[in-house]
Design a protein around this ligand. Structure first.
Ligand code: TMP
Length: 292
């Protein structure tokens, strides 16, 4: 079932408060341009939903909930070399041109703590459970200090990788136990205590769990052989980039399995096209949803 995102307005004032460190994060850029009722285009105004997100929005008349755009959480996935970075930047510009505030971030990383963990995760040799625990620890810090507050403000959060990468790389690539990853996902992305009410329906009907998941995951799908060619000589490879093509075949299958389990959340992009054609596909997904 497609994920839904609801925000509890009563708790947004706490959740929307940003730590001083968060605004200093180098890999995370928050772009100016809050999306409020004033100055919105007619189309954008049509999409405003009363009181769904945004603590700093101008309050309406007494008893009227503030009109702000709901936050959007979008993740980008693909094997190394799939070419997502330029398109993420272009999307950020497109959203800003529409007057939306954008938070750009990445995983593992996105906070000072998570960036320290990233350096270990990408370079140090460790056992698979240790790796998974560090990845989810970084994710929890990123979620609580950057992603959730940004969504509460009504930002568009564009995140270069999120949990699907863990299922694809650790689960698919490394063959690590998917049940353990699912448990860690439930714990690390538990929405309780974040000041929000993000609800993502997991599992069978009636077994909903309140975890934070992207509203949309854009998967740049590229044959591993082609990705390997693109990466050749690009830079000194990290621990994952140095893996053989066979590893990336399993990672790609891991992404395909995640898509199959939750098709409504995913947009699969044929990343083997020309860069311009890939951009047209990506842009088309967002215009098709009425987000751009
Ligand atoms: P990237 O930022 O260049 O995409 O590098 C991040 C690397 O970390 C990439 O090789 C994928 C890997 N990774 C995992 O193995 N598990 C994860 O959960 C995430 C987010 C990334």
């Amino acid at each position: 079932m497609a994920p839904t995102l609801r925000t509890d307005v009563s708790s947004l004032h706490l959740a929307g408060r940003r730590s001083p460190e968060a605004s200093l994060l180098s890999p995370v850029q928050t772009c100016a341009g809050r999306f409020g009722a004033a100055g919105s285009s007619p189309e954008e105004a049509l999409r405003l939903r009363p009181g769904e997100a945004g603590s700093a929005a101008p309050a309406g008349e007494k008893g009227t909930p503030p009109l702000v755009a709901p936050g959007l959480f979008i993740s980008f996935e693909g094997i190394d070399g799939a070419g997502k970075s330029t398109h993420i930047s272009a999307l950020a510009e497109a959203f800003k041109a529409k007057g939306r505030a954008v938070t750009l971030s990445r995983e593992p990383g996105g906070t000072p703590l998570a960036e320290k963990l990233r350096a270990m995760i990408l370079n140090d040799v460790m056992d698979p459970l240790t790796e998974a625990l560090l990845i989810f620890a970084a994710r929890r810090d990123h979620l609580t200090t950057v992603i959730a507050p940004a969504l509460a403000r009504g930002d568009v959060v564009l995140c270069d990788r999120f949990t699907d990468a863990t299922f694809a790389y650790q689960g698919g690539g490394r063959g690590f136990d998917l049940d353990v990853l699912s448990k860690l996902e439930l714990w690390a992305q538990d929405a309780r205590g974040l000041g929000h009410d993000f609800v993502h329906e997991l599992g069978k009907k009636g077994e909903a769990a309140a975890i934070v998941q992207p509203d949309l995951t854009v998967w740049f799908d590229l044959p591993p052989e082609e990705a390997a060619q693109r990466l050749t000589g690009a830079r000194v490879p990290d621990k994952f980039e140095a893996q053989p093509v066979e590893f990336f075949r399993r990672v790609a299958q891991g992404y395909a399995d995640r898509l199959a389990a939750d098709p409504g959340r995913f947009a699969r992009i044929d990343a083997g096209q020309t860069r311009e054609a890939v951009w047209q596909s990506v842009h088309g997904v967002f215009t098709g949803k009425g987000w751009l």
